[in-house]
Design a protein around this ligand. Structure first.
Ligand SMILES: [Mn+2]
Length: 354
């Protein structure tokens, strides 16, 4: 099957990726966005940055809602002048959402009989083809298709919970076989090997990514403040590099320099940026599954992303764990979280286009 045919099966219009049976989200994006999407696949070979939504929160903790991230974030982005400039110039194209059956995570969790059942719904005309059915598995294939159509493309993904970073990182690694580091903003380490028997979820993706990039302090975690183990434990046992929030807050400018000089010391030019919104202090972003106080400021994170973009090649990035239905008892939410998150999306796009 041709790449474009596959994309047409794997993707849905922006904000419409959640596979619903009857009632779905009551609001949608402007028709203009949907008509742009129709032409977007043909523009993949020449685009600089490819925006992709993954409305999946099946890999999250017990508070869900990150599956609404791609739709609600785009509502803000498509009103932002800087973002619209990128879209108009076609430097950034929006190829829509990965089709997501909300109860599924990745195909290895399913029996072949069960996979076959889902194929009947997802791909009624192509049900005999061995196509993936779960959001993480589809995302991996979509990433591979994008890299083969355009090896220079940089994918920015709107999550979804943090598990969505794993298939993109894995696809990049498998396709290019090149060394890269990961700049990871988060309140948590996400370094469990497995959680409740699940290998790939919001609490484990970083463990596997760290192994994939061969450790050596190439996984750089920034903003950590809720962990059952110490910084020394993680750094010693898993050879990651961590910058905890409490140390950063003492002198943010100096911390930025320390993080940049660590990245330089790796002698790896390529950086993937994974931005969990809970790395940010909950004052600015409470609409997320595991919001934490005493975190980083949005300006610290945006500035660092931009500085990294000026010095390194940002090969891909994501913004995850934005859960608009959560913590609405916090004043100004979810607007505050969405506006903070949209600033990050634009910073990541800028870092990819310098
Ligand atoms: Mn995370």
């Amino acid at each position: 099957m041709h790449s474009f045919q596959k994309l047409a099966l794997f993707l849905r219009p922006p904000g419409k990726g959640i596979y619903v049976v009857s009632a779905g989200p009551t609001t949608t994006l402007p028709l203009k966005v949907l008509s742009l999407w129709k032409k977007s696949f043909s523009k993949i070979p020449k685009a600089k940055v490819i925006l992709l939504g993954v409305p999946s929160d099946c890999g999250a903790g017990y508070l869900r809602g990150a599956n609404m991230g791609p739709l609600e974030l785009r509502k803000i982005l498509y009103q932002n002048k800087t973002f619209l400039k990128y879209i108009k110039s076609q430097e950034v194209i929006d190829i829509g959402d990965v089709i997501t059956i909300p109860q599924l995570l990745y195909d290895e969790m399913l029996s072949s009989k069960q996979i076959q059942k889902h194929r009947k719904y997802l791909y009624p005309k192509n049900k005999a083809e061995k196509l993936p059915v779960s959001p993480l598995s589809i995302l991996k294939d979509v990433s591979k298709i994008i890299f083969s159509l355009n090896p220079k493309a940089k994918i920015i993904t709107l999550g979804g919970d943090h598990s969505i970073s794993w298939p993109i990182i894995q696809a990049y690694h498998d396709h290019f076989k090149k060394t890269f580091s990961i700049l990871h903003f988060d309140a948590h380490t996400d370094l469990l090997k497995s959680r409740l028997g699940i290998d790939y979820c919001f609490g484990t993706w970083a463990y596997h990514a760290n192994d994939l990039i061969e450790r050596q302090e190439r996984l750089v975690q920034v903003g950590i403040r809720r962990s059952g183990k110490t910084k020394a434990y993680w750094e010693k046992t898993l050879h990651v590099k961590q910058f905890w929030a409490k140390d950063i807050l003492k002198n943010p400018k100096q911390a930025q320099e320390h993080i940049l000089s660590h990245l330089r010391s790796l002698h790896v030019n390529r950086v993937y940026i994974s931005n969990d919104i809970d790395g940010t202090d909950m004052k600015y972003a409470a609409s997320t599954g595991t919001a934490e106080p005493k975190g980083l400021t949005p300006s610290f994170i945006s500035e660092l992303i931009q500085k990294v973009g000026k010095e390194f090649e940002v090969i891909g990035g994501d913004l995850v764990e934005v859960a608009p239905p959560l913590h609405l008892d916090h004043k100004g939410e979810p607007q505050k979280t969405l506006s903070t998150a949209s600033t990050y999306v634009i910073s990541i796009i800028q870092s990819m286009t310098f």
